[in-house]
Design a protein around this ligand. Structure first.
Ligand code: ATP
Length: 235
């Protein structure tokens, strides 16, 4: 197992955000976490990447307890692509990628950057453009490419479809599938349950900081409780 979380509790002061979460991420898979606003999805990702401190519980990565400092966690091979994209708006696309590759040797950065431009031809066409002037979909692509620059063993994606037009959402999800097919492992947080379940191998349903249900994504897509609570008309 690549990532194993056991009985994770997180609070912000007196607000309990995660109340005993346990989950597993297997290498080479897309695992999705679905749930409505405030369920604790972002908190879960930010706790894995060390930005938010846990109250208790274990997070093991490749069989070893994760360190608590974010920079050490990145070096262990976990990179988070934050919600809302958060590219460096004043820097060019190329400079954003270089920032993402800071943990790599300079020689390797060039090679990985080349691969990113092959994977994202749209970014290649615009490599000198300021990131802040790109469309929402392009910025999402850049945020993902920047995350991949560190060659993570586990990529944490926080709501990549947020605020994007339906056709762009489809492109972004197709891209995430390509990334999985290239051998990356992805932990995907999404409010767009329909698309996330279609894409992922396994899924967890988060409600009020606890896992309400888990299973193969294809099974959850057929589950009546999931359909009425999260899929509605979209199915
Ligand atoms: P969304 O889909 O709306 O982003 P989410 O599932 O990602 O929601 P979180 O952002 O993890 O949910 O929030 C979980 C709970 O923790 C919420 O009740 C939220 O108000 C609270 N919370 C999140 N961040 C903080 C913070 N920095 N300080 C205090 N409370 C917080």
């Amino acid at each position: 197992m690549l990532l194993e979380i056991k009985d994770l509790y997180v609070s912000y002061g007196h607000i309990d955000a995660l109340n005993g979460i346990s989950l597993n991420v297997e290498k080479g898979q897309i695992i999705s976490i679905i749930g409505s606003n405030g369920a604790g999805k972002t908190t879960l990702l930010s706790t894995i990447s060390g930005i938010v401190k846990r109250k208790s519980g274990r997070i093991c990565f490749e069989g070893e307890e994760l360190p608590s400092e974010p920079h050490k966690i990145v070096r262990r091979g976990i990179t988070q692509v934050p919600e809302g994209r958060k590219v460096f708006a004043g820097l060019t696309i190329e400079e954003n990628l270089i920032m993402g590759g800071m943990t790599q040797k300079v020689r390797d950065t060039k090679e990985i950057e080349k691969r990113m431009f092959e994977l994202f031809p749209r970014l290649d066409e615009r490599r000198k453009q300021q990131a802040g002037t790109m469309s929402g979909g392009e910025q999402q692509m850049l945020a993902i490419a920047r995350g991949l620059m560190s060659q993570p063993k586990l990529l944490l994606l926080d709501e990549p479809s947020l605020g994007l037009a339906p056709i762009v959402v489809k492109q972004v999800f197709a891209l995430i599938k390509d990334i999985r097919d290239m051998g990356y492992t992805v932990l995907l947080v999404e409010q767009n349950a329909n698309q996330a379940l279609k894409l992922s191998d396994y899924a967890y349903v988060l409600e009020n900081g606890t896992i309400k249900m888990e299973g193969k994504s294809s099974d959850l897509l057929q589950n009546n409780d999931i359909i009425s609570a999260y899929l509605g008309e979209k199915k």
